[in-house]
Ligand binder design. Sequence first.
Ligand code: DGT
Ligand code: CA
Length: 570
Amino acid sequence: MKNRIVAEIFKDIAQMLEIKGENHFRIRAYERASQNIDSLPDDVELLAKEDKLKDIPGIGKDLEEKMREIISTGRLKYLDELKKEIPEGLLQMLDVPGIGPKTAKVLYEKLDIQDIVMLERMAHAGKIRELPGMGEKTEENILAGIDIVKKGRERLDLRTAMDIAESFVSKLEKIKEVKKADAAGSLRRVKETVRDIDILVSSKEPGKVMDAFTGFDGVKDVLAKGPAKSSIRTNDNIQVDVRVVEAESYGAALMYFTGSKEHNIKLRQIAIKKGLKLNEYGIFKGEKRIAGKTEEEMYKALELSYIEPELREDRGEFEASAQGNLPDLVKLSDIKGDLHAHSTWSDGSSSIEEMVIKAKELGYEYIAITDHSQSLKIAGGLDNHTLELKRKEIERLGNKYKDIKVLFGAEVDINSKGEMDYPDDVLKEMDIVIGAIHAGFKQSKEVITKRIIKACENKYVHIVAHPTGRLWGSRDAYDIDFQEVFKAARDTNTVFEINSFPQRLDLNDINARMAKDSRVKIAINTDSHTAEQMDMMRFGVAVARRAWLEKKDVLNTATFNKLKLKKTMF
Ligand code: DGT
Ligand code: CA
């Protein structure tokens, strides 16, 4: 699929035009096109062949031609020309939090800084503080930002990792000699970020499997090649390890390479206590293998009930398993609707109707359209008048699509004092109100904690979205006193969100589990800005499972009739 390449090129163009100070609408057109293409399920190459590129929202004649050029040549002359004016390193600098196009331009023109390496050097040398409008604090922020970017590059986000793993697993499964193939490691435990891709294969002819694997398209370097283990690096510099075992050891190896390391260590201790030996080939009583073919068999031999991969972190799963108290984890199929989604009414790229159609396809009973509130101008926040028009549109669609409920809501900014961006009489009229912080991230822990508590105390704020503001690779979570916040949430019946965006996954597994332990309800939402992004629900569900959540802990597993949309205690 060339979708990613096209989307990246359009995004680069948008940023270059921004550095050049071009017209806002042109920039927005490229951004939107990039967003739409990135979340498209169809292969753009096929669409081009069928002459359907112009059906993609936001793609007019000009962008269609540019797409064709990228699809057939892998590059775009227009971007090459822009690159002559603006060095590519400047674009990477925009990944550093706090560096926008304007700052990048100043740094380039005054200090000739052209990439992140030079940026870091100049900040260390104290050169940036000498520029007008910048100071020591700016330098500190830039250095902290560079650390976040570096950290982000060390680990893959879940979506990227799953895409790569799925493509390798399906290619391996097509090899005649392969009986079975599964992703293992942190990816199978569905951790929010993943360092490398571990794949396990069952086969009697490892040599042939490894020959095929190391020769796959997209393999840049072969780092190691042997019958038991081979490692490659993809064109995008991602490491993929494949291990081949025989069927009788497949369960043992899957267990071992799924980890976590902490879980494995405990497993081995349990085996030793029972006078057994456990390794990646099986469980042995003396010389005799008593388990190894499946994971179920392995756990059973240790007198444990099966532990789902998401729970294998040595966070209490052994005790729960031995006592028969493991949670019945929430599943993607339990989800009955999405309670946080945007549309073209604010900064989304799909119309409300397109969102509704997608929600129907997913089998949902309800979808909440929660565009941004008035202060968030850059994201097209709605004023009172537009809100009324939007309400009418939602009513119209509600009449047109009888088998799904379309909820009228908003993602309302919690301002720096903890006040909501719409007055109570406006909030009162909404089916659902989501409170969210979009500015003032640098406030102290006490202030941010108070802001969120104040939002919880508003009787119309039903859900707090992406509570810690974390954006993997570009912004650290802000510090919150969750003890205090969850206490307020429980007392006020406020629900907290697990945001399914792969860069967010916020609340994370640890915080969401703490929410459950504090008897705070969770909503798993996608925060979609295009209809296709509604498929990201699976990432949020993964976090929920890692947090030990069951169906009853999650608000949007309720059928519409049972869905409590208002706070009950006020
Ligand atoms: P990552 O790659 O950092 O996202 O996390 P993992 O969990 O995938 O770690 P990785 O790739 O180093 O190893 C894959 C699995 O192999 C790991 O989850 C458990 C197992 N493993 C690796 N090293 C050890 C070890 O020293 N002891 C034990 N018991 N298991 C290990
Ligand atoms: Ca790994």
